[in-house]
Design a protein around this ligand. Structure first.
Ligand SMILES: *Cc1c(COP(=O)(O)O)cnc(C)c1O
Length: 416
């Protein structure tokens, strides 16, 4: 499995990396007057802010840590509940657990993102935030989720790990919520192998998140303010090396989106006449990224048979992306919200025990068991992944697309 950016690593990334190595300074902080210090992490933060239209950015070591820092900056902790979809990568859920808060799993609808109706059902007096995951490059129902959050006084954290470059109503995802979190892991839109980033409109939240990511320090110029330390932080800073590569990849985001969308359009055009086949809902068809073409079959039986023909799992078989297969939280592992997340086997909160069990999200189960991900830009054959073994990649040419379309039509033709 790897994302579209990984296929485009070339001269630009090499040049950016060599520039840092030749200058010989690899640490994110430095003295402006030192010619060796190129301030790549700061430059990435500024360019990302400009591109995404959000004033404050903190580069970090991973998307998981970006989510965790967002939760920490918002003061979410023991006893608090965070609503999160049952179809997402485990990191959305584990970051909540590591904040000592309680993940409350909610249904997805045919967009494979949070179902606003079910979010409403899951709100309790303990709810503090909604984590909206823009799954598979597809922006979720941002307006509806923000409206619910406004009505109930909740925070919105946008998990944009799979959606760097996606937009909703003309603005980038991540720019709507209290925080937007991104990942630069190998499987995402753009990559440095690993890495992550947080964006926020609030200066205060930015300073808190920055402090969490670096020993409680506040940012100052291209370094840190040494004296005022208001909170205790850890260290998950980004290095100059990672930032140089992400900066080179950042320039390829619009190309990636354009290529993916063109290829996806070609694929979709050629299969959309198939009777009985439908597609995932796109809350913003223009803005979505095009990394996956998700199709829905009339029944699980047909989805599985077509999957077998194509050597491809269905969405319900996704490894650590669907709650049913997250052995991390199942098997009656509930966790004590004031206990240690490594060792404590139970989640409890003031409202009692929260348990996770297979089959608890029937709508999510019914949709994901009829759905199949066709790769456009994120192919994946790992057991832990999103099960997009069949499809194309960003570098596939038209004849390759047409060949895959034929193969798909032949497989589907036997059952539909
Ligand atoms: C990849 C991913 C993350 C975590 O990002 P890492 O950089 O791998 O830590 C979080 N949420 C979702 C939805 C993801 O796909």
């Amino acid at each position: 499995m790897s994302g579209p950016g990984s296929y485009l690593i070339g001269e630009e990334e090499k040049k950016a990396l060599m520039e840092v190595l030749e200058a010989g300074y690899l640490y994110r902080y430095g003295d402006k007057s030192n010619p060796q210090f190129l301030a790549k992490v700061c430059q990435l933060e500024q360019e990302a802010s400009r591109l995404l239209g959000v004033p404050h950015t903190v580069a970090v070591a991973s998307g998981t840590l970006a989510l965790w820092a967002a939760l920490g900056a918002l003061g979410i902790g023991p006893g608090d509940e965070v609503i999160v979809p049952g179809y997402t990568f485990i990191a959305s859920i584990s970051s909540i657990i590591y904040a000592r808060a309680i993940p409350i799993l909610a249904e997805v609808d045919e967009s494979l993102t949070l179902d606003p109706e079910d979010v409403r059902q899951k709100i309790t007096p303990r709810t503090k935030a909604i984590m909206l995951v823009h799954m598979l490059g597809n922006p979720g129902y941002i307006d509806e989720i923000r409206e619910i959050a406004r009505e109930h006084g909740l925070y919105v954290i946008e998990d944009c790990a799979q959606a760097f470059g996606a937009t909703y109503k003309g603005k980038f995802v991540g720019s709507y919520g209290d925080f937007g979190a991104y990942s630069f892991n190998w499987n995402k839109t753009i990559t440095a192998g690993d890495g992550g980033m947080l964006v926020t409109k609030s200066k205060e939240l930015y300073e808190r998140a920055f402090a969490i990511h670096d020993q409680g320090h506040l940012p100052l110029n291209q370094g840190i303010e040494q004296r005022r330390r208001t909170i205790i932080g850890l260290d998950f800073r980004m290095t100059e090396i990672a930032a140089a590569i992400v900066l080179a990849q950042l320039k390829k985001v619009s190309l990636i989106k354009k290529e993916l969308k063109e290829k996806k359009r070609r694929f979709k055009e050629r299969i959309k006449d198939i009777r009985g086949l439908s597609f995932r809902t796109l809350p913003d068809p223009e803005g979505e990224l095009g990394t996956l073409l998700t199709v829905l079959f009339p029944s699980e039986e047909i989805a599985r048979k077509v999957g077998e023909e194509l050597g491809c799992g269905i969405v319900a078989d996704s490894g650590w992306h669907i709650y049913n297969n997250m052995d991390h939280i199942l098997e009656k592992k509930v966790v004590d919200s004031v206990g240690c997340p490594f060792t404590c086997p139970y989640y409890t909160n003031k409202g009692g025990k929260v348990e996770y069990s297979k089959g608890m999200l029937s709508q999510t189960d019914s949709i994901t068991s009829r759905a199949m991900n066709i790769s456009i830009g994120v192919s994946d054959s790992s057991e832990r992944g999103i099960r997009a073994e069949f499809g194309i990649i960003i570098t596939s040419d038209e004849s390759e697309i047409d060949r895959k379309v034929e193969q798909f039509r032949n497989a589907v033709g036997k059952y539909l």
